[in-house]
Design a protein around this ligand. Structure first.
Ligand code: HEM
Length: 404
């Protein structure tokens, strides 16, 4: 076991060991993450060969510094270790100058107007999904809402027809799924966006009033200062990015909100009586149960944390799920408190790559639960039938049945 694994474990306790794939830790990672913050603020995992920081300030130091930490080798352990050549356009895994050019371009074509325009469609979808459940005795927050709504919202945004949307979703699910305790060997498969080729080709021939048509036809200044439009390959990767980044993550947010409120009847009734609290409640859900456990970077210059060197070339994870409960930043960080107010949690990342879909995810969560609360004041999740998803990177529920 490496030196950092053993750092200052109290006498009588097992050394700190954090394996993000280990089913028991995956089911409830927080006791171990607390120990990481306290006992091994720089942690090294020998089995998967990665370093990790878990304190808030350390995560900020990593995510806010793109000279020493880069994204181009990926942000999840499997991709980083597989040595996958990330295709151009998957800008979550790019560095300057290409990242700067692609991100600037994307913020030009994906504006707050797009998000606002989706408002009514999101609500209509939720109404259609929830109305048939009224008068019954069960809802599955994932089957009826989480697995459906964010996917359709991405479809609305991209202008993708229903059948293609479902196919794409199936492919992405398959590329993300892991056996319990195992790494995902297919994690690089979806990056080039070949699943979306038919659809993008259709839009090349039939431009419309949708995001993909804007991606295809809006000129931008690329990393070499040349004014051009995106190549077909870049568009495919950007579609894959939006699909991958905006779908399962928001699904997990819906699941965690339902579960946390199920377990807290007083909070639930308070929100039911005052749905204007929902944005604040969702912030606390995001802080407390972030869909993404960590954000990975590759170290390009030797760096040091807490007296230990991390040599260049290593994978370093900023464990945002641990940072979000760091007592130094969030008093009573282990407590879920719907009155905490908006807090600078790291669930959407920090700095250069921070999430460009955060406003959309927040709108989706708010509208979903506004519509839930219009119909149901009480629900109780049946944990004996609920199932956690087996994707190691985006932690949450695959089915979440609840009595209503
Ligand atoms: C609760 C839901 C969501 C969570 C927790 C989430 C989380 C994140 C995180 C942590 C990052 C930063 C990764 C890094 O620093 O390497 C990120 C980036 C990104 N997200 Fe999200 N996301 C969510 C929803 C969405 C949605 C709905 C979209 C769709 C438009 C989206 C699009 C993106 C894009 C395009 C990036 C790349 C930004 C860049 O690299 O410059 N996300 N997201």
């Amino acid at each position: 076991m490496a030196e950092a694994d053993l750092m200052s474990s109290p006498v009588g306790q097992k050394p700190v060991y954090w394996d993000p794939y280990e089913p028991e830790v995956f089911a409830n990672p927080y006791p171990m993450l607390k120990r990481l913050r306290e006992e091994a603020p720089l942690y090294y995992n020998e089995k998967y060969d990665f370093y990790a920081v878990s304190r808030y300030e350390d995560c900020i130091a990593v995510l806010g510094n793109r000279d020493d930490y880069i994204s181009k080798h990926g942000g999840v352990i499997e991709v980083m270790k597989a040595g996958i050549e990330v295709p151009s356009g998957m800008f979550i895994y790019e560095d300057p100058p290409l990242h700067t050019a692609h991100r600037r371009f994307f913020t030009k074509v994906f504006t707050p107007k797009h998000v606002a325009a989706l408002d009514t469609q999101i609500r209509d979808f939720c109404v259609k999904a929830l109305d048939p459940l009224v008068g019954g005795n069960e809802i599955d927050f994932i089957e009826h809402l989480g697995a459906e709504m964010p996917m359709r919202v991405i479809g609305m945004l991209l202008g993708m027809p229903e059948e293609q949307l479902k196919d794409a979703q199936r492919n992405v699910d398959e590329s993300m799924r892991t056996e319990p305790g195992q790494q995902n060997e297919n994690s690089g498969d979806s990056l080039a966006g070949e699943y979306y080729a038919d659809f993008v080709d259709y839009r090349i021939k039939n431009p419309g009033d949708d995001l993909v048509s804007s991606l295809l036809n809006t000129p931008f200044d690329d990393d070499k200062g040349v004014t051009r439009t995106l190549t077909r390959a870049e568009v495919l990767s950007m579609v894959a990015l939006i699909f991958g980044a905006g779908n399962e993550t928001t699904n997990r947010l819906i699941g965690w909100t339902a579960k946390l409120l199920s377990e807290r009847p007083d909070d639930r009734r308070e929100v039911h009586a005052n749905p204007a609290m929902l944005p604040e409640v969702l912030e606390e859900v995001l802080r407390y149960e972030p869909p993404g456990m960590y954000i990975g970077r590759t170290v390009v210059r030797d760096v040091e944390f807490h007296g230990t060197k991390v040599p260049a070339g290593n994978a370093l994870l900023a464990i945002v799920s641990a940072a979000n409960r760091d007592e130094a930043k969030f008093p009573n960080g282990e407590v879920f408190d719907i009155h905490r107010g908006r807090q600078p949690h790291l669930t959407f990342g920090y700095g250069f790559h921070n999430c460009l879909g955060n406003a959309l995810a927040r709108v989706e969560g708010r509208i979903a639960f506004e519509e839930v609360f219009k119909r149901f004041r009480d629900w109780e999740v049946d944990l004996s039938r609920a199932k956690m998803s087996s994707t190691a990177t985006v932690r949450g529920w695959e089915s979440l049945p609840a009595r209503i």
